[in-house]
Ligand binder design. Structure first.
Ligand code: ATP
Length: 249
């Protein structure tokens, strides 16, 4: 059974059809990218999956459960964690405090009034483990705001990981990074995905990043899916090539 399944998912903003009858799925352990030219509907699709906006039509199923009408925090509690296009960390707190807080946020529903100390220690342990997986242990005690841009983006991933997500949603993980920072971040993420059975859905503009990280690709054009499959097949697809050329010309 897919971990995430979208069935005929549609979003209209007034007269604009932002997402048009999207049907796709993400299997457990899969790393899938959603790509498409500017305005194709990638961000809108992400918002529909995470519950930030309501679908006009269609359904979102998470682990077989219909979550279409569930608010964002409910989906988060079920195990969807997302990183943001805009940096969303606390700049004055250390990297370690950021991941520890993120771990506690997911724990909220399990908090026990008398178990405060051990619950905190456990959150910190998970936060530290997430930092290690992203190669950030050496900067754990530095204020997040003083880290390089590349490390800040990786810290956001660590914060999402500290929540032990069942589905990790990444919104343009390398956006705003220099060429060198992008290469470094992609190396770290590729290592992370290769050494884990994480299920990941990422939205990304940079095709090189997509082909490096994703094992499956869904291509959106004007809100609709125009291709879906292995990277090689998607790369060779004539419709995809013309959609991209059309997007850039
Ligand atoms: P980009 O790559 O530029 O971020 P995208 O693929 O993420 O684009 P979306 O941002 O989802 O595309 O936009 C899809 C379409 O929906 C666009 O035509 C956009 O103008 C429109 N749209 C998105 N959000 C809204 C909104 N809140 N109100 C009205 N129209 C919107």
């Amino acid at each position: 059974m897919p971990l995430l399944e979208l069935r005929g998912l549609t979003k209209r903003y007034g007269g604009i059809l932002a997402v048009d009858q999207v049907t796709m799925s993400v299997e457990p352990g899969e790393v899938r990218a959603v790509i498409g030219p500017n305005g194709a509907g990638k961000t809108s699709l992400f918002h529909l999956i995470t519950g930030v906006v309501k679908a006009t039509e269609g359904d979102v199923l998470f682990d077989g459960q219909r979550v279409t009408a569930m608010p964002a925090f409910g989906r988060c509690q079920l195990g969807m964690s997302r990183t943001f296009q805009i940096t969303a960390l606390f700049p004055e707190m250390s990297a370690r405090e950021n991941t520890s807080l993120a771990a506690q946020a997911r724990d909220k529903q399990r908090w026990r009034p008398l178990g405060g100390g051990s619950v905190f220690a456990e959150a910190q342990r998970r936060g530290d483990a997430a930092l290690e997986r992203l190669g950030l242990t050496h900067v754990a005690d530095r204020p997040a705001g003083l880290l390089s841009h590349g490390d800040q983006r990786l810290l956001e991933v660590a914060m999402a990981l500290a929540q032990q997500p069942r589905l990790l949603l990444m919104d343009e993980p390398t956006q705003g990074l220099s060429v060198e920072e992008t290469a470094q971040a992609v190396d770290v993420l590729a290592g992370l995905f290769a050494s884990s059975d994480l299920t990941v859905l990422l939205v990304e503009h940079d095709m090189e990043v997509v082909f490096r990280l994703a094992r499956k690709i869904t291509v959106l054009h004007r809100g609709a899916v125009i291709a879906d499959g292995d990277p090689e097949a998607v790369k060779a697809d004539a419709t995809v090539q013309s959609a991209y050329l059309g997007g850039y010309v």
